[in-house]
Design a protein around this ligand. Structure first.
Ligand SMILES: CC(C)(COP(=O)(O)OP(=O)(O)OC[C@H]1O[C@@H](n2cnc3c(N)ncnc32)[C@H](O)[C@@H]1OP(=O)(O)O)[C@@H](O)C(=O)NCCC(=O)NCCS
Length: 227
């Protein structure tokens, strides 16, 4: 088996959005981005592009990729939470999500839409009050199917811990579908479930990994003993 242990992680920027859309479309093909609804491939690409346009336009956007022979095979998109996106980007994002709302109403039915949409919003945007100190929020992580289970996801995640520490974050947060392979990865890497949001028969989990060095420093400042 080819040894990819020395691959490098490179920063990405908005000019990489087209190849990120390609990569995430493939990565998420077996794991729907929005639970319990069938979205057409064209619409899924539009949603992905809207998410990338939005998050990669924020000042604190942090996107990274791994290439094999020049091709992007694993990527992550994160931001520092709480994020303060530029208002025009926020408006563009809301407008580009409108067609999705109609699909959600169709999929869930009008009655369940409110509850599910509310849970979706909380699941993907979190409870603002809860995290007052800066966290690195992982928005998207994906590995191209032919390169999955080779350690790229874990490598990227561990790299992001370092990025978060460099940005003086107290933890890493993310949301994921409990039934996805990503959930296992996050559990193994020390993330714990902080909140759960049922959406139809899917459970979306809000997970957090506290950063130890920050805890130690905080603990030391408080006069306590670092564990
Ligand atoms: C989640 C994902 C990014 C993992 O990437 P990857 O490069 O395959 O990850 P790794 O090879 O580093 O695997 C790390 C761990 O993930 C878990 N994992 C990966 N693929 C898995 C699968 N098909 N089934 C169950 N667990 C799996 C395992 O716990 C694995 O640990 P192990 O090697 O000790 O068994 C990849 O499966 C993916 O792109 N999934 C679709 C998109 C997605 O759900 N993204 C996350 C939400 S934003």
């Amino acid at each position: 088996m080819t040894d990819f242990s020395d691959v490098e992680i490179e920063p990405l920027n908005p000019s990489n959005i087209p190849e990120l859309v390609e990569l995430f479309t493939k990565a998420f093909s077996g794991y729907p981005l929005i639970p319990n609804i069938e979205v057409e491939p064209k619409q899924e690409r539009r949603i992905l592009k809207a998410i990338l346009d939005f998050f990669m336009s924020t000042k604190n956007s942090l996107s990274y990729g791994i290439r094999i022979e020049g091709k992007l095979v694993c990527a992550s998109v994160s931001t520092i939470y709480p994020a303060r996106p530029p208002i025009p980007a926020l408006i563009r994002f809301i407008l580009s999500m409108m067609p999705l709302s109609f699909s959600l109403v169709r999929a869930y039915g009008r009655a369940a839409f409110r509850e599910n949409a509310w849970n979706l919003r909380r699941a993907f945007w979190g409870e603002r009050r809860k995290y007052r100190e800066p966290h690195l929020m992982l928005v998207l992580l994906g590995t191209s199917p032919e390169y999955q289970k080779m350690g790229f996801g874990r490598k990227m995640l561990r790299f992001l811990h370092g990025v978060a520490e460099g940005r003086k974050c107290v933890g890493v947060i993310l949301t994921t579908n409990r039934a996805s392979p990503a959930f296992n990865l996050y559990l193994k890497e020390g993330f714990r479930v902080e909140d759960e949001f049922p959406i139809g028969d899917t459970t979306i989990c809000w997970m957090r990994l506290p950063l130890k060095s920050r805890d130690h420093r905080k603990c030391a400042q408080d006069g306590g003993e670092a564990s």
